[in-house]
Design a protein around this ligand. Structure first.
Ligand code: BES
Ligand code: MN
Ligand code: ZN
Length: 511
């Protein structure tokens, strides 16, 4: 199985837009700005832009679009697409990314291959170029890969980003670099989506590790795969406990990026939950929607994909990625509720619910990331259903310590279009994890379920700067949006990769 690029790099060209050879020219339309758009495009479209705004067929609302042919002499694009971006004053990179994805998905649907996207020149040109490249590239993801009808496959669009013709050469060059960066980030988001989309009979701990080794080799990353024997040698009793019930044996993938000239002694440790299928184990889940638990390795996929992006972006800091991989199954050898297991670090855990398995494998993986020299930790996991009750389907849960590190991860997520919101980790919550017979219980009851899960992880972070992203409800879109089809979203990939590029802002490594 190969996971090669699913999309074409996005180019940058200067205007004027009328001279572009394109199946569709995409123009960003803000609410209440119909008159200005009509002034620019009514000659080319026989007055159809003014008419669309007048009849309110199109208003510029986000997620909407309007298409009309370009017929005037001297106009080379075949069509004009106005794509709604809401109000100009609230416009940002996230809105532009969605706008570009909306336009690209709508074009792909109609099989228009050459898509020229004109930057609106509202934000910094480089930021606009990056976000537009991300949106155009994100629209290349397709979930229906096991459908037999090849003709029904969507086309790969050729996206071009149009910068104003008066932009100076250095600005145009920086827009080109930013578009290349956006392409990398989004193509890697699409890799994570492709992995999360695969069924659990295709992606097992073993095959995930094989894919990781292949991705690492292509990207120039060092890779190491720990098998069950080595995991046992390291006494990873929590991970091995979860793995017991499955015929598929566990793995742990370790990927390393080393910069040519490191700017500091910091080592970013990225840890991603890799449960290739989560039945819940003996504490089995209800069967409704259980099939979606094939995506319970979305955090691990995000770490693998972010490592690939990091290898291409070449930040000046070392990064180690750790992905613990298991399948959580019931069975005659499975861990029972009430079993006590011992972590590699030595702490004992009473497993009161075998469905709280993510925190168990992450605990041993966080410890291992520290053994490998990580000085700053971020873990990503589809950890708790409770996070969706707290924050819904669009916002990741953010936890950690110290506050400046958590705040940096939050700002980075915002820029990356992932969106995260911090929840507290007050020590009082630790009480909920008390066990009668062991150091810790693996569940803390219904109240604050996402917080007690994070609190459990905190026990294994050795006091390092650490952030935890709970992507349980953001990794999978249960409903299609104009900018995001139903299915895997690639949550957290761009956040992790962008974070590796912010090392100047990190808390210092103690002497
Ligand atoms: N993988 C699930 C969390 C999840 C739920 C991901 C919904 C995506 C969508 C996790 O392993 C789990 O089962 N968590 C339990 C924890 C509970 C037993 C304390 C949950 O959320 O119910
Ligand atoms: Mn579970
Ligand atoms: Zn799980």
């Amino acid at each position: 199985m190969r996971y090669s690029e699913q999309s074409l790099p996005v180019g940058v060209v200067p205007g004027p837009v009328s001279a572009l050879e394109a199946d569709v020219l995409v123009v960003v339309a803000f609410e209440g700005e119909g008159a200005a758009l009509a002034a620019s495009f009514d000659d080319a479209t026989d007055g159809r832009v003014a008419a669309a705004f007048e009849s309110r067929e199109f208003t510029g609302k986000p997620g909407t679009s309007f298409v009309t042919p370009c017929a005037a002499p001297g106009w080379r694009p075949a069509r004009l697409m106005l794509v709604g971006a809401g109000s100009r004053s609230r416009f940002d990179m996230s809105q532009l990314r969605r706008t570009a994805a909306t336009a690209a998905l709508a074009s792909r649907e109609r099989r228009w291959r050459r898509v020229s996207f004109a930057l609106p020149s509202v934000l910094a040109l480089a930021d606009e170029a990056q976000a537009a490249a991300e949106g155009l590239t994100l629209a290349a993801h397709y979930s229906g890969i096991y459908k037999s009808d090849e003709d029904a496959r969507p086309i790969a669009i050729e996206g071009l980003i149009v910068v104003p013709e008066q932009a100076p050469a250095d600005e145009r060059a920086s827009a080109e670099r930013a578009a290349a960066r956006g392409y990398i980030l989004a193509a890697c988001s699409n890799l994570a989506r492709a992995l999360a989309n695969e069924p659990a009979n295709v992606i097992t701990p073993r095959t995930f590790a094989e894919i990781a080794v292949q991705v690492a080799a292509e990207a120039g990353l060092k890779a190491d795969v720990l098998d069950e024997e080595r995991l046992a040698g390291l006494n990873m009793g929590l991970l091995l406990g979860v793995a017991r019930g499955s015929a598929e044996r566990p793995r742990m993938v370790v990927l390393r990026y080393e910069p040519a000239r490191p700017a500091s002694r910091a080592v970013l440790g990225l840890v991603g939950k890799g449960v290739t299928f989560d039945t819940g184990g003996i504490s089995i889940k209800p069967s409704e929607k259980m099939h979606l638990m094939k995506s319970d390795m979305s955090g691990g996929a995000a770490v693998l994909a972010a490592m690939k992006a990091i290898a291409a972006l070449k930040p000046d800091v070392a990064v180690v990625g750790v992905v613990p991989l298991v399948e959580n199954m019931p069975g005659g050898r499975a861990m029972r509720p009430g079993d006590v297991v011992r972590s590699a670090e030595g702490k004992t855990v009473e497993v009161l619910d075998t469905d709280a398995e993510g925190r168990l494998i992450l605990a041993d993986a966080l410890w291992y990331a520290r053994q490998l020299g990580a000085t700053h930790l971020v873990d990503v996991a589809t950890l708790t259903g409770a996070i969706g009750i707290a924050l819904g389907r669009t916002t990741m849960g953010l936890f950690g310590t110290p506050d400046p590190w958590v705040a940096l991860v939050g700002r980075t997520a915002d820029r990356a279009g992932d969106r995260a919101w911090a929840l507290p980790l007050f020590d009082d919550y630790r009480e909920q994890l008390r066990s009668d017979i062991a150091d810790l219980a693996n569940i803390g009851g219904r109240p604050a379920g996402s917080i007690t899960a994070a609190k459990f992880l905190q026990e294994f972070t050795g006091g390092l700067p650490w952030a935890h992203l709970d992507i349980a409800w953001t990794a999978w879109a249960e409903e299609a949006q104009p900018w995001q089809p139903k299915g895997p979203t690639g949550a957290a990939v761009r956040t992790l990769a962008e974070l590796a590029c912010t090392s100047a802002e990190w808390p210092p490594v103690p002497a």
